[in-house]
Ligand binder design. Structure first.
Ligand code: NAP
Length: 435
């Protein structure tokens, strides 16, 4: 029998557990450990609440836990409740699937001002992550700036723009829905340091901005390269740029909100008396390598709410080698060291779709299976040992049945137009469980 601990119950963790369960069948026991009492990581807390079709992938993950392939062990913060060294003594392999939940910083003056938030915090707030329940983003001004030209910037701009009716069917948390409905924001500027041909936005997600009930997307025609140049783009990027061309060509439909694309603008400072009032950007041009270089010309973009959507990093864990530049664990093909592995964004950095994590997890599971062939034994204590250690420390873990109890309470509390009203705080989860 082999004993495996997967740390993190987001997509990377579940796909890896699924792959290990398939490779080892009855000859391994797998624990999926999460610091929160509830599973799914990025699916529950990172995917935009109005993208329910993407969130539905959690049903596939349920099968891993329900089929007995793996055990969910929630409410256990690795590095705090239990150390990596302790886990390595208990399990044959420890696989870090901790994702990249921390915001990268801009590193510009004024970043600490009130009203400046990172996308992990903002998306966590509207998705009911307990760490961001009290974020309270300011919506009292009429302008917001969203920094970055990736899909997360699109998620954020869309959430700021939707009407209450457009959130029907989503699982946006009540506190966010109420606050957004009262928002005074009318102009949302999406700021990109490079140009339309360099965006990291996918066509489906960009196209959504063209169908909003109360907002329209605007692109400055002069920012677009000549149409012939689109031929050199790969098909997905060409479709995305096609959407930008539509946004540049449309007539003003008189909708109350505007999402303005401001390209070739590099953030250099955030200014304001007591809180953010404006983002100062430097006009850029592209060098031969397609990177942005400042031109020296600066101007201000108004914004009492400034949300940076410029990527994430994995939080380091004591004793685990870390790649500072990549913002992830130092690894070779998912191998960190003896008995220690990483998968997903903790392995590759924050890029790719949910589905990218599947081959990633299967690859690392295959590496493990090669080193520890199914049927072999490492003589480790595994989950039983972990339970004994936690009991000794007076720490109560949650299991998959507990999650089902929480889920039932969330479903019962749902608004008429949503699948659930998420419980947001630790205390609420534990209350439902009678802890
Ligand atoms: P991303 O795709 O890497 O985009 C980051 C953006 O931030 C880029 O436009 C980048 O510009 C810009 N940026 C980085 N540092 C900056 C700085 N200092 N100043 C100004 N701009 C800066 O990251 P993401 O949007 O966080 O998305 C992460 C991953 O999740 C991506 O693979 C994304 O596709 C995926 N995702 C998918 C969906 C979906 O499928 N619905 C939704 C959300 C996220 P440069 O290009 O110039 O570096």
């Amino acid at each position: 029998m082999r004993q495996f601990a997967v740390i993190g119950s987001g997509p990377a963790g579940f796909y890896t557990a699924e792959a290990l369960a398939k490779a080892y069948a009855e000859t391994a026991e797998i624990d999926i450990i999460d610091k929160l009492p509830v599973p799914y990581g990025l699916i529950r807390f990172g995917v935009a609440p109005d993208h329910q079709s993407i969130k539905a992938v959690s049903r596939r993950y349920d099968k891993v836990a329900e089929g007995g392939g793996a055990r969910f062990v929630g409410n256990i913060a690795v590095g705090d409740a239990v150390s990596i060294d302790e886990l390595k003594q208990l399990y044959d392999a420890v696989i870090l699937a901790t994702g990249a939940p921390h915001d990268r910083t801009l590193g510009i003056p004024g970043e600490q001002l009130g009203g400046v938030v990172g996308s992990a915090a903002f998306v966590g707030w509207d998705n009911g992550h307990p760490d961001f329940a009290d974020l309270d983003p300011p919506f009292d001004g009429d302008a917001a700036a969203v920094i970055g030209n990736g899909n997360v910037a699109l998620d954020v701009a869309r959430i700021l723009s939707k009407t209450r009716a457009e959130f029907a069917g989503s699982d946006i948390v009540g506190h966010a829905l109420e606050a957004l409905e009262k928002s005074a924001i009318r102009t949302i500027t999406i700021v990109g340091r490079r140009g339309p041909h360099q965006i990291a936005m996918t066509p489906k997600e960009l196209g959504e901005l063209g169908h909003l009930a109360g907002a329209e997307a605007d692109v400055e025609p002069a920012d677009l390269p000549p149409a012939e140049a689109d031929a050199a783009l790969e098909p997905g990027a060409r479709k995305s740029v096609h959407h930008l061309r539509e946004f540049a060509a449309h007539d003003d439909a008189g909708k109350p909100k505007h999402i303005r694309f401001d390209f070739f603008a590099r953030p250099v400072a955030i200014e304001g008396k007591e809180r953010a009032e404006r983002l100062i950007v430097e006009r850029t041009a592209l060098d031969e390598a397609g990177q942005s270089v400042g031109t020296g010309e600066t101007y201000a973009i108004p914004g009492s709410l400034i949300i940076s959507c410029i990527g994430y990093h994995t939080p380091p864990i004591d004793g685990v080698p870390y790649d500072e530049r990549g913002g992830r664990f130092a690894n070779q093909g998912g191998v960190i060291g003896d008995g220690l592995f990483c998968v997903g964004w903790a392995r590759r950095g924050p890029s790719g779709t949910i589905g990218t994590n599947r081959p990633d997890g299967y690859e690392v599971a295959a590496t493990i299976a090669e080193a520890m062939p199914p049927g072999s034994s490492g003589g480790k204590a595994g989950g039983l040992g972990l339970s004994a250690l936690l009991a000794n420390r007076g720490i109560a873990a949650t299991d998959f049945d507990d999650w089902r109890t929480i889920e039932a309470a969330e479903t019962a509390a749902a608004r008429p137009d949503s699948p659930r009203e998420k419980l947001v705080r630790h205390a609420d989860w534990l209350r439902v469980l009678g802890h």
